[in-house]
Design a binder for this molecule. Structure first.
Ligand code: DX5
Ligand code: ZN
Length: 226
């Protein structure tokens, strides 16, 4: 089942003093969506950005905004994120009490529904609900900070999720988030991901157009399955 490959720069690693320009630059560079990390200091040991920043970014880009809510009580906040302009919303399985209800809520609001799992969370926390979802997010670092090393065990999770989605003929995106860079993106694609979040791997480079193009070439030439 053919899913589109998408490159999603994470603005967590952008220069926040020039955030609008940074987003415009990755849009010109050929990015497919903008990954927007929200942290609450409870679900993860850090704070980041929220609604006012999303509202400002909505005005400067046509790209889909992909909100990644690393927050407790996500049901309290999804509506405001969608109404502010998020096109897809990921909530975490670890703190989402009713995944089908959350997915329905997001669909009713007009957004794509996604559920994420942390490195220590089993894929079985999300797979039973796959038919309700547009995307499953596999964390390949412990959430909370950009610039960490990719955790290799995530590859096995990607394979397990892709296998199960294929077996059930479900057209669900698999997003990989954390430590994705030029040196591992082909392996990540081969393992089953088709949405590639990259923060420091893109914003840490001087030439965004060059890195996005190189990522796309590596994805296109990745082995079919690993
Ligand atoms: C981590 C965030 C990631 C992060 C990725 O908590 O969810 O989206 O920004 O950054 P890199 O690509 O630098 O690991
Ligand atoms: Zn993220």
């Amino acid at each position: 089942m053919e899913l589109q490959d998408k490159i999603a720069p994470s603005v967590l690693s952008a220069d926040f003093a020039r955030l609008g320009e940074e987003v415009a630059e990755v849009e010109r560079a050929g990015a497919d969506m903008i990954h927007f990390d929200v942290m609450d200091g409870h679900f993860v040991p850090n704070l980041s950005i929220g609604i006012p920043v999303l509202e400002s970014l909505r005005k400067v880009t046509r790209l889909p905004l992909d909100a990644h809510l690393m927050i407790e009580n996500p049901e309290r906040y999804v509506e405001v994120f969608v109404k502010t302009g998020a096109n897809s919303v990921s909530v975490h399985a670890e703190v989402c009490t009713d995944i089908p209800a959350m997915a329905k809520r997001l669909h009713d609001l007009g957004a794509r529904a996604s559920v994420g799992i942390n490195p220590e969370t089993d894929v079985e926390r999300v797979l039973p609900f796959a038919a309700h979802l547009d995307m499953i997010l596999i964390m390949s670092v412990h959430p909370g900070f950009g610039g960490q090393e990719f955790i290799p065990e995530a590859l096995e999770k990607l394979r397990a999720v892709r296998r199960e989605l294929d077996r059930r003929a479900l057209k669900v995106d698999i997003e990989i988030d954390g430590g994705v860079k030029l040196d591992n993106i082909a392996e990540v694609k081969a393992a089953g991901a088709n949405v590639f979040v990259s923060g420091s791997g893109i914003f840490g480079q001087d030439d965004y157009r060059k890195v996005v193009k190189e990522m796309r070439d590596l994805i296109a030439h990745a082995p079919v399955k690993a």
